[in-house]
Ligand binder design. Structure first.
Ligand code: SAM
Length: 329
């Protein structure tokens, strides 16, 4: 699958549910209305869709959400998709999780061939964790991280950099993560969906974070890639890797290899644009995959060049109206 700008699409992210057991303040409003369960694709339909993408050249699948591990019987889908690892059709099957349910599922994920996962964690302070997630329990996430480590799964921590919230804590998080053998990636907050607060108050450009870190640590650019948008440095003092995902200060669209599927079968060709393609119709219209395959080709054929996120006091509206939980980041 090659898009109009010559980019090969080899990475599919699937949001398996829009529901989440946290309500992170920068991600969702507290009173979210979720999709009625009857609108969701079944796990078998998600499998068929994912498999069609694998047949068409996708080498990396990430399950996300909402919180992927709160979808009922999610391990049924993971187990089923793991067959593509065994055949060699897929290089990587992974998840992005808030860690709340990880203690329960870590061993089974490892058994399915999941080798590394992303865990979202914005602070190491239990009280601040409660404040930012509204509903989260820090000790459960820590137990989840321990369980994943014990199962031999490599963890990358993802932290959204938030002004006045965790900026002072970033050096400590970095030292802790690297001490535990985990990479850490920092993310700029993106203007997706209406939330209660003002994003201008939260937005922290990572260029400034990097400059501050460089006063204390030696940061060396490295060509390390995980298939995602992060650019990495090695932190000489800790020997660990630190990633930067900078959709605002440095647009990373030129190397975009990703498309995003929602739990209702809508394909978004760009995280920061409204255009989407319905794949549920062609999926359900016939038992064969020809219609579906054609619909995917048509969608890839209109993948946009990139997004234009703006966060400032004048731009009141989010770049796109849907929340991050629809596509899962
Ligand atoms: N529930 C899972 C988790 O917490 O990792 C997967 C879905 S969550 C939407 C994926 C990632 O998006 C998390 O790391 C979260 O912090 C991040 N995120 C959510 N809203 C965001 C926003 N507006 N800007 C930047 N990152 C955001």
């Amino acid at each position: 699958m090659i898009d109009p700008f010559g980019r090969a699409i080899s990475y599919l992210r699937i949001s398996v549910t829009d529901r989440c057991d946290f309500r992170c303040v920068y991600c969702m409003a507290e009173n979210m209305t979720f999709l009625p369960k009857r609108d969701l694709l079944t796990l078998e339909e998600l499998d068929r869709l994912a498999t069609t993408f694998v047949d068409k050249g996708v080498r990396k699948l990430r399950l996300t959400g909402g919180e992927p591990l709160v979808r009922r019987n999610i391990m049924h889908l993971v187990r089923s998709l793991s067959r593509h690892l065994q055949t060699g059709a897929l290089d990587d099957l992974t998840i992005t999780t808030n860690g709340s349910q990880l203690e329960r599922f870590a061993a089974e994920l490892a058994d399915c061939g999941v080798k590394r996962i992303n865990v979202s964690l914005d602070t190491l302070d239990a009280d601040k964790f409660k404040a930012i997630t509204r509903w989260g329990d820090f000790s459960k996430v820590m137990a989840g991280i321990r369980a994943a480590q014990a199962a031999g799964i490599r963890i990358k921590l993802n932290a959204v950099a938030l002004k006045g919230f965790n900026d002072a804590e970033i050096p400590a998080m970095l030292e802790w993560a690297h001490g535990e053998g985990m990479d850490l990636t920092l993310i700029e907050t993106m203007p997706l969906g209406e939330i209660e607060g003002d994003r201008t108050d939260q937005y922290l450009p990572l260029s400034a974070v990097r400059a501050k870190l460089a006063e204390r640590f030696t940061l060396t650019d490295i060509p390390y890639k995980t298939g995602g948008p992060a650019r990495y440095v090695e932190v000489v003092e800790t020997g660990g890797r630190l990633g930067f995902i900078t959709p605002l200060t440095h647009n990373f669209c030129e190397s975009c290899n990703r498309v995003r599927l929602t739990c209702t079968g809508t394909l978004y060709m760009c995280l920061g644009q409204e255009d989407a393609a319905d794949l549920r119709g062609p999926l359900r219209a016939s038992e064969g995959n020809e219609l579906l395959s054609n619909a995917i080709d048509a969608a890839i054929g209109r993948k946009p060049k990139g997004h234009d996120f703006i966060i400032d006091r004048e731009t009141r509206k989010p770049a796109v109206s849907r929340h991050m939980s629809v596509t899962g980041g």
